[in-house]
Design a protein around this ligand. Structure first.
Ligand code: ZN
Length: 235
């Protein structure tokens, strides 16, 4: 994707960072450790101390709300338009959510201690934390309404479109089991919907890989939440 000797280009891949003034951008970039994590990696779990802040440079992370029986449902997703763990900059130490890498992702990572220093030294970085937290709250609100009010097919299409935008590729390595967990529905429902969308020519599905063939067909079948979340995201 990027070569190791161009950290500036890497960092610019994150839209929040790219929107900062030079001095603030350099402050954060100087602390970055660039890391690649594979699908399934848990960045932090519920009640974990948030001691690292992750700026995605590619890929996608889901924030999951975990119930006492162990079921987990996605309440927000973060790509390179966002940041994972920024609340640590505002003094939050323990996570209320599980942050899971959903598509192989590259990050600029820095310690929460360093991030707090940067926040206290820059009103722009502080405002970035506050604004982005509002966006996450808004995503959580929309997700709650979507999960309750919209049909599985519409939600399936919404989720695939979001993953497609983040992946910057038409091929998504996603199993039906994974999708059923993500959307909080039974696996048979996902199989039904995937077959319908395949018959409609929107996707093709085989052995844990979904290929997006006609995104416009997914948009037609998706609920409004895809557009709403996109409008509220920065960049
Ligand atoms: Zn919806």
């Amino acid at each position: 994707l990027f070569s190791l000797d161009t950290p500036t280009r890497w960092a610019h891949a994150n839209k929040l960072l790219a929107g900062l003034h030079h001095a603030d951008f350099e402050t954060l970039k100087a602390q970055f450790i660039i890391e690649l994590f594979a699908q399934g990696k848990v960045l932090f779990d519920v009640n974990d101390e948030v001691d690292q802040v992750f700026f995605p440079l590619s890929g996608m992370v889901s924030l999951m709300t975990v119930l006492r029986n162990g079921d987990a449902v996605e309440t927000a997703s973060i790509g390179r338009e966002g940041v994972v763990g920024a609340m640590a900059g505002l003094g939050l130490h323990k996570s209320h959510v599980r942050a899971v890498v959903q598509l192989d992702s590259r990050f600029g990572r820095l310690s929460a201690v360093q991030f707090r220093k940067a926040v206290s030294g820059s009103p722009a970085i502080l405002s970035l934390c506050i604004r982005y937290n509002e966006i996450l709250l808004s995503q959580a609100r929309i997700s709650a309404a979507c999960n309750l009010a919209h049909a599985v097919k519409a939600r399936f299409c919404r989720w695939l479109l979001q993953a497609h935008d983040r992946a910057e590729s038409d091929t998504l390595p996603l199993t039906q089991e994974f999708l059923s967990e993500m959307l909080g529905v039974r696996r048979t429902s996902i199989t039904d919907v995937a077959m319908k969308m395949q018959d409609a020519g929107a996707i093709s599905y085989s052995r844990g890989v979904i290929k997006i063939i006609a995104p416009d067909k997914l948009r037609d079948a998706s609920c409004e939440c895809y557009e709403t979340m996109r409008e509220e995201a920065p960049g």
